[in-house]
Every structure is written in structure tokens, then in C-alpha cells.
Write a protein that binds this ligand. Structure first.
Ligand SMILES: *Cc1c(COP(=O)(O)O)cnc(C)c1O
Length: 360
């Protein structure tokens, strides 16, 4: 068996040692004679798995006891509704920054529940640049300020945390969480669909400042009420036990790599190499303002779109998988999350270089 380099945006590659450990433990977790998948979520064994995963996540991210950490279901997209239902009071308003497709989805969903003010938009730049915060039309009365630190599809990433004053800052960190150090004390709520940097799809990890609990509207579905989920240790119903376990293995792996500081170094190096190659080669292009180029998702185009299919076919043949760009933007996209080793980026650059020489 040989493992390919999988550049998929999500579900994305997982660290190979994590998959190997999961395989070893598949039939018999720690001498229990059971797979984790078969365990009661109320059992001592699973509660230990769950609590360890939460603690490791807190350690890695630097999340204090002022926050509840929730392991919820329905992916990041379910949070687009869960957030306004919990934090946007009837008659209130929320501020949103529009930097691309995921921001837009969050905005569209929140608009179903109340007044949404789009306080800044990257649309004028074709989603290649982030407007100066001094020009954002934020309101001190907003229930919260929502933004998307990394736009997974466009490859546009903030290199700063916006200052929201006393307004709670809410961030969709799905494709950037644990990729670099972040001061989590600046946020009221962060959420991340697991399938980019944490584990299997379906799971969504939420960290919410405890003073923001208990504000859900009356009609909020119980399963979407942060306070209920927090009070029940994310076990109001049966949680996504196996995904939670696998996320725990990823957290242990991240700790063994040296944590987010060490990951940030590797991630910066991987991104610098790939953008550096793209910039130095006339055959490839990336349109994003250099300062805001994503470390995790690198979209690029070929000089001639007619060569896209051939490029992808050649990449597949070398075990460089899922490089096709999102249907909405075309071209290519290399997602290089924590689990993508530097050697995978090197292999991609070698192939891109050869392809440009032959066909450019
Ligand atoms: C992938 C992604 C989502 C959607 O995640 P689901 O788990 O499929 O709902 C939302 N926001 C961002 C930034 C993403 O990258």
C-alpha cells in the first residue's frame, strides 16, 4: 500500500500516524475488547477519551476555563444558524465581514434570524484583499462581529485578529484552527468544522466564552442551545463518538509535533515555498494580495485553462490528488493543512515545474 498526497480542501488528509493508531485500536481499544465505535458514550472509557481530547485541544489552542469547549454535530454550516439563535436577540443586529463564499453563507443564514449589517466586504477587490479595519462600519451595539479568518475556497486569510472592542468577536476557524498560534482570549466564540485540521467530517468544535451561554431564543432547538450542550458535556444526545476519538488522536499528534508554534513554522515554510514558486514562474498565478495569502489553501491558475484536465491527470498519476479548484472559482487549489507533510509540497512543486517546462 502506498499513501498518496491528498490536497483535498475537506474532508482532508489526516496524519498517517493517527490513521495507523486508529487501525491498531480498531477492534480492541486498550484491552477493552471493543472498538471505540461500539462503546457507550457514558462509559468510563469513552468519558476518558472525550475529556482527554478536550484538555489536549485546550492546551494546544490555549483556551482557558473562561470558555466552554463543545463537540457538536452538523458541521460548521449548522453553526451559521446556531450562532444567531443563541447570540442575536430579537430586534438586535449583528455585524458580519464578507471575505468570500463561507462568509456569504454565514451572512445568508443569519439574515433569516435578524438584522445583519455587512460592515466590510472584499467584493470590490474580487475577494483578493481584506479591507482596512479602520474603514469597517461596525456598530458598538452589535450583538457580535462575525468573520472568517481563512476563506477556504478563495484562499484569503487574515494575518490579524480584528479589534471588536466590547462586542463579542465570532470566528469561523474551520480551515485555520491549530495551524498557527492565536490569542483565543480575544474571541467570544470560535467554531471549526473538523474535516480540515481536526478530524472526520460532521463534528464541529466550538469554544464559547461562558458569559455568552444562556442567551438562546426561546424557539432555539434544544440540540442547538449552547447552554444545554455545555451543561451536558456535549452529551445531551449521543455525540459523534468515533470522530471525537479521532480528533483526540490528532490533538495528541499535534502535541508530539511541538504544538501550534511548531506547526506554524512548518506551515509558513510550506506556503512560502509554494507561493514563491508560483510567483517565480510565469506559467502559474495566484491573485491574492501577498499579505493575505492563505497558509492552508493555495488556489492557482495555469496560463491556459485548456491544459487544466491534462495537469490534473498527470498529477493523479503521481499520487498528487484532489488539486482541482472549487467549482465556483475554477483553476487549481492545493490545500496544505497541518497533516500535509513538507515533502508533499515539494513533490507538488517538482511536478508543477516539469509540467510548465513541457507544456508552458
Ligand atoms: C468547510 C468549511 C465550512 C463548512 O463546513 P461543513 O462542516 O461542511 O458544514 C464552513 N466554513 C469554512 C471556513 C469552511 O472551510
Amino acid at each position: 500500500m502506498s499513501r498518496a498526497y491528498n490536497f483535498c480542501a475537506g474532508p482532508a488528509a489526516l496524519p498517517e500516524p493517527v490513521l495507523q493508531q486508529a487501525r491498531e485500536e480498531m477492534l480492541d481499544w486498550c484491552g477493552t475488547g471493543m472498538s471505540v465505535m461500539e462503546m457507550s458514550h457514558r462509559s468510563d472509557e469513552f468519558v476518558q477519551i472525550a475529556e482527554t481530547a478536550e484538555q489536549d485541544f485546550r492546551d494546544l489552542a490555549g483556551i482557558s476555563d473562561d470558555y466552554a469547549v463543545l463537540f457538536m454535530q452538523g458541521g460548521a454550516s449548522s453553526q451559521f444558524a446556531t450562532i444567531p439563535l443563541n447570540l442575536l436577540p430579537e430586534g438586535g443586529s449583528a455585524d458580519y465581514v464578507n471575505t468570500g463564499i463561507w462568509s456569504k453563507k454565514a451572512i445568508a443564514e443569519a439574515q433569516r434570524y435578524g438584522q445583519v449589517n455587512v460592515v466590510a466586504s472584499a467584493e470590490d477587490s474580487g475577494f483578493t484583499d481584506i479591507p482596512e479595519p479602520s474603514a469597517w462600519r461596525t456598530s458598538p451595539d452589535a450583538a457580535y462581529l462575525h468573520y472568517t479568518p481563512n476563506e477556504t475556497i478563495g484562499g484569503l486569510e487574515f494575518d490579524f485578529v480584528p479589534d471588536s472592542g466590547t462586542v463579542p468577536l465570532v470566528a469561523d476557524m474551520s480551515s485555520t484552527i491549530l495551524s498557527r498560534p492565536v490569542d483565543f482570549s480575544r474571541f467570544g466564540l470560535v467554531y471549526a468544522g473538523a474535516q480540515k485540521n481536526i478530524g472526520p467530517s460532521g463534528l464541529v468544535v466550538v469554544a464559547i466564552r461562558k458569559d455568552l451561554l444562556g442567551k438562546a431564543r426561546g424557539l432555539t432547538p434544544t440540540m442547538m442551545n449552547y447552554q444545554v450542550i455545555a451543561e451536558n458535556g456535549s452529551m445531551y444526545n449521543t455525540p459523534a463518538t468515533y470522530s471525537w476519538y479521532l480528533a483526540g488522536l490528532v490533538f495528541k499528534w499535534l502535541k508530539a509535533q511541538g504544538g501550534v508554534e511548531a506547526m506554524a513554522e512548518v506551515n509558513r515554510r510550506k506556503a512560502d515555498k509554494l507561493y514563491g514558486f508560483i510567483d517565480a514562474n510565469d506559467f502559474y498565478a495566484n491573485p491574492i494580495a501577498p499579505r493575505f495569502r492563505s497558509w492552508m489553501n493555495v488556489p492557482f491558475t495555469l496560463a491556459d485553462d485548456a491544459l487544466n484536465a491534462e495537469f490534473l491527470k498527470g498529477a493523479d498519476a503521481r499520487g498528487l490528488l484532489n488539486l482541482k479548484g472549487h467549482r465556483s472559482v475554477g483553476g487549481m487549489r492545493a490545500s496544505i493543512y497541518n497533516a500535509m507533510p513538507e515533502a508533499g509540497v515539494d513533490a507538488l512543486i517538482d511536478y508543477m515545474s516539469e509540467f510548465a517546462k513541457e507544456r508552458g
